[in-house]
Ligand binder design. Structure first.
Ligand code: 13P
Length: 254
């Protein structure tokens, strides 16, 4: 399968900065990259359309950071799947730990969003991951397993191939403390097995990304692992040079 490296810009970059960042990536990334790696960026909602205008005829994919599952209606402040499609989104991040922790996003909401996205033709990037306390209490696999099961309840086998899962240990996000490749691989293999239980052999085609302090100097070790099929990159995706180096370094080991 083709790995995916997606930059999650979180609440960074206004329209001018976002468009200049993506233009920089288009200059910096050699065209042969895209044959072997999918590259995506996830700007804030207000930057999606301006960034779309720049990437629409290029191989860079556009991702949203969140969505609401209802089609339309009186939901002040929310954005629908149709709206995301109208600005060219191919992917949408769902259930990021920041949303779960700071904005009270529940497993139930994550599940509704995933099913609605799959029905609407946008590939969800489902984020799961344990906190430091949970890891230290030996609960990593329980927590991650629960999050994956709850998020994918009722998902049809026919849409399984469009799902992307991102394992993002909360203790590794924005801390500079990346998971060791073997530590991440253990959880990725566990997630793959759950996906096999749910979807059979199709699980082998589902991308499982790693996220949490991914940098140019640690991407190779991660990408060498069997069940790591790409990365969700936060801080290092905000600089043209760092993000490009991550993609180019990944290319060397896949
Ligand atoms: P950092 O790469 O800044 O640790 O963020 C990871 C992340 O949360 C990506 O979604």
């Amino acid at each position: 399968m083709k790995p995916l490296i997606c930059g999650n810009w979180k609440m960074h970059k206004d329209v001018y900065e976002a468009t200049s960042l993506v233009k920089g990536l288009l200059v910096e990334l050699p065209s042969e990259v895209y044959r072997r790696i999918e590259v995506a960026v996830a700007p804030s909602y207000v930057c999606l359309y301006p960034v779309h205008l720049i990437v629409e005829d290029t191989p860079i994919f556009l991702a949203a950071q969140n969505v609401y599952y209802e089609k339309e209606g009186a939901y002040t402040g929310e954005v629908s799947i149709g709206m995301l499609k109208s600005v060219g989104c191919s992917y949408c991040i769902v259930g990021h730990s920041e949303r779960r922790k700071l904005f009270g996003e529940t497993d139930t909401a994550v599940n509704l969003k995933i099913k609605a996205l799959l029905d609407g033709g946008i590939a969800p990037i489902l984020c799961v991951g344990e906190t430091l306390e949970e890891r230290e209490a030996g609960k990593t696999l329980d927590v991650v397993g629960h999050q994956v099961f709850e998020a994918l309840k009722g998902v049809k086998i026919s849409s399984a191939k469009d799902i992307v899962v991102a394992y993002e240990p909360v203790w590794a996000i924005g801390t500079g403390r990346v998971a060791h490749p073997e530590q991440a691989q253990e959880v990725h293999a566990f997630i793959r097995n759950i996906l096999k239980d749910l979807f059979g052999d199709l699980a082998n085609d589902i991308k499982i990304l790693y996220g949490g302090s991914v940098k140019p100097d640690n991407i190779k070790g991660l990408m060498r692992e069997r069940d790591i099929n790409g990365a969700l990159v936060g801080g290092a995706s905000l600089k043209v040079r760092d993000f490009s180096e991550i993609v180019i370094n990944a290319l060397e080991v896949i």
